[in-house]
Design a protein around this ligand. Structure first.
Ligand code: ADP
Ligand code: MG
Length: 417
């Protein structure tokens, strides 16, 4: 099935500014940690701190070697670099004073990893664990394989920060959500990972609990990396990553309530509730489009003719006057927008209705202060375009052809340079 998110993902691959902006539930480590505990998955006790003084206190309570981790919504921290001292986002410290020194160089500074923007993400929280002496790092993940439309287990005995370069060592096992972790699965894992009977007993228990969490929380991804075997022979999870089904938002209110959002994500979420899919881009041409495919094509054509879109705004298949008013409101507030292209394909909705909605929504928001090109095509489009022409609204032109409409708005929009 083609969903808005899958299209956005394809779009994201081709358009760099879109990259960091796809909507997704992200949990900070402190929250994923709680979830693991709730489902009886083994994690060492952790403490959240926001000042160097607290970091020092926590390490004196742990009373031994500890690990300080930057709390950002990005992985790869172990191989990341801090703007302050060039050190990574996961640091082992031996004493409270060392914790204080390191926390001073982490809090308030930017951490850049392979998964953050180039300038990094600001760190204002740290999570501190007791250091575990690691004998071996494993990778255990549960997710859905879309091609096979089946849940799948991904397992490797070469987990940790180098997992990307060890993908060839990843074992893939399909399983049933109802049949769960069967004897066959256990036997395969035990043989592939070379585990003893008692180790396999622990791993079986971990898999059973992972599956429980996966099902009960509508997860789409549950990744333990690393799940380590300590020198003492215990299995402990030191880092986890979760993905949750966005459509399960209503069933998992508590979980989604933990979501950390940037102001842009907050805006996107508010709009999504109104049926609008909005993503901010870098340019100055505002778009109002119905349908994600058309929105992508519109952005592509604009850039083909040398323009730059300020947003990706899909008002949805059942474009209503209310949705259009809201969309105008957003573009109006956006000071970067110097031209607007309204590109609506009338299918289920009729173009004359859309035209009426555009005219009255425009009038309601006080008309247009910048050039606006309207392209309507589909059912009753002629009637619709006529209505717009007759509206007498300033700055509004109609252009029935898609290509010409894109060309026109690029031409009409004052360039920033
Ligand atoms: P990221 O995945 O963001 O790089 P991790 O939390 O996975 O961060 O940490 C990176 C590496 O640091 C782990 O693979 C592990 O080797 C080590 N590490 C993390 N937590 C601990 C801990 N409590 N004790 C010992 N080593 C740890
Ligand atoms: Mg990790």
């Amino acid at each position: 099935m083609i969903t808005w998110r899958s299209i956005a993902r394809t779009f994201q691959r081709h358009h760099a500014p879109f990259r960091a902006q796809v909507r997704q539930l992200s949990l900070l480590e402190q929250h994923s940690h709680k979830l693991l505990q709730e489902f009886k998955l083994p994690v060492p006790p952790g403490f959240l701190v926001t000042t160097p003084e607290q970091a020092k206190q926590v390490v004196s309570v742990i009373n031994g070697p500890s690990v300080i981790k930057a709390q950002v919504l990005a992985g790869g921290r172990g191989k990341g670099r801090f703007s302050s001292d060039g050190q990574s986002g996961v640091r082992r410290v031996e004493s409270p004073n060392e914790a204080f020194r390191n926390a001073t160089n982490m809090l308030g500074y930017y951490l850049t990893t392979a998964q953050t923007p180039q300038d990094g993400l600001k760190v204002d929280k740290l999570y501190i664990y007791k250091a575990v002496s690691i004998a071996q790092e494993f990778y255990f993940a549960m997710t859905f394989d879309r091609q096979h439309t089946a849940p799948v287990l991904l397992i490797s005995s070469s987990g940790g920060t180098n997992i990307e370069s060890n993908v060839d060592k990843l074992h893939k096992l399909y399983f049933g959500l109802s049949t769960g972790i069967t004897d066959e699965i256990d036997a395969y894992i035990q043989a592939e990972l070379g585990l003893s009977d008692s180790e396999m007993k622990d791993i079986h228990q971990i898999l059973v609990q992972m599956l429980k969490l996966f099902k009960e929380k509508d997860a789409t991804l549950l990744e333990l990396n690393p799940l380590v075997r300590s020198e003492e022979g215990e299995f402990v999870c030191l880092d986890a990553k979760f993905g949750f089904d966005n459509t399960a938002r209503y069933r998992q209110e508590e979980l989604f309530g933990l979501e950390e959002r940037s102001p842009e994500q907050e805006e996107e979420r508010r709009l999504a509730e109104l049926g609008l899919n909005y993503v901010r881009l870098e340019g100055n041409i505002g778009n109002i489009v119905n349908g994600a495919g058309l929105a992508m094509a519109t952005n592509d054509l604009i850039s083909l003719y040398g323009g730059k879109s300020a947003n990706f705004l899909d008002v949805g298949g059942t474009t209503t006057k209310q949705a259009l008013s809201k969309a105008f409101g957003i573009l109006k507030k956006d000071e970067r927008v110097k031209g607007i292209l309204i590109n609506i394909y009338g299918g289920i909705v009729r173009c004359d209705m859309i035209a009426e909605a555009i005219v009255s929504a425009a009038a309601e928001t006080g008309g247009f202060k910048c050039p606006v090109v309207v392209r309507l095509q589909g059912t009753n489009s002629e009637k619709g375009l006529k209505l717009i022409k007759q509206s007498g609204l300033d700055n509004l032109v109609v252009e029935p052809e898609f290509e010409k409409a894109a060309q026109r708005i690029v031409k009409e929009t004052p360039s920033v340079e």
